[in-house]
Design a protein around this ligand. Structure first.
Ligand code: SF4
Ligand code: SF4
Length: 147
């Protein structure tokens, strides 16, 4: 035969447990460090390793990229399209440099493969857009975040 537990008046209505639960909620509400932030007034600091919006590095308005085609070769999503050209000093450069943002999986392989340190992934994470799906060269030259 099963032993029956004696239940007091308060236990019968779970009053003690409800009060314990409310105390935990109040303690967290008033004293615990909040996990949420007031975006966009507050912004979260992401790790240096975070891979966000791509950008092309430039020095004095001249992009580092020499259109060597390594990044489109290693890109697993095949989302980089480059048209190479030649400057007067015979240096190669990208006439066209496009990244299809809908195909990119932000793996960072383009950044790793680049011998000129030209294509990088910034810490910009606000990337939702209504109509831009392809990042063009002019756009990529402007994006750097705080890097
Ligand atoms: S981050 Fe990866 S998928 Fe995106 S463009 Fe670079 S190599 Fe391609
Ligand atoms: S971004 Fe770097 S890897 Fe890609 S084409 Fe330019 S120089 Fe080559």
């Amino acid at each position: 035969m099963l032993a029956q537990r004696k239940t007091g008046f308060f236990n019968k209505f779970y009053l003690v447990e409800i009060i314990k639960g409310l105390m935990i909620t109040m303690r967290n509400m008033l004293f615990a460090k909040r996990a949420t932030i007031q975006f966009p007034e507050e912004r979260r600091d992401y790790s240096e390793k975070f891979r966000g919006q791509h950008y092309i590095k430039s020095v004095n308005g001249v992009e580092n990229c020499t259109a060597c085609m390594l990044c489109p070769t290693v890109c697993p999503a095949e989302c980089i399209h480059i048209v190479a050209g030649e400057r007067e000093d015979k240096e190669k450069y990208p006439i066209k440099f496009e990244i299809d943002s809908l195909r990119c999986c932000f793996c960072g392989m383009c950044e790793e493969a680049c011998p000129k340190d030209a294509i990088k992934l910034s810490n910009i994470y606000e990337m939702s857009q209504q109509n831009r799906t392809v990042y063009e060269k002019e756009f990529l030259l402007e994006q750097r975040g705080n890097k």
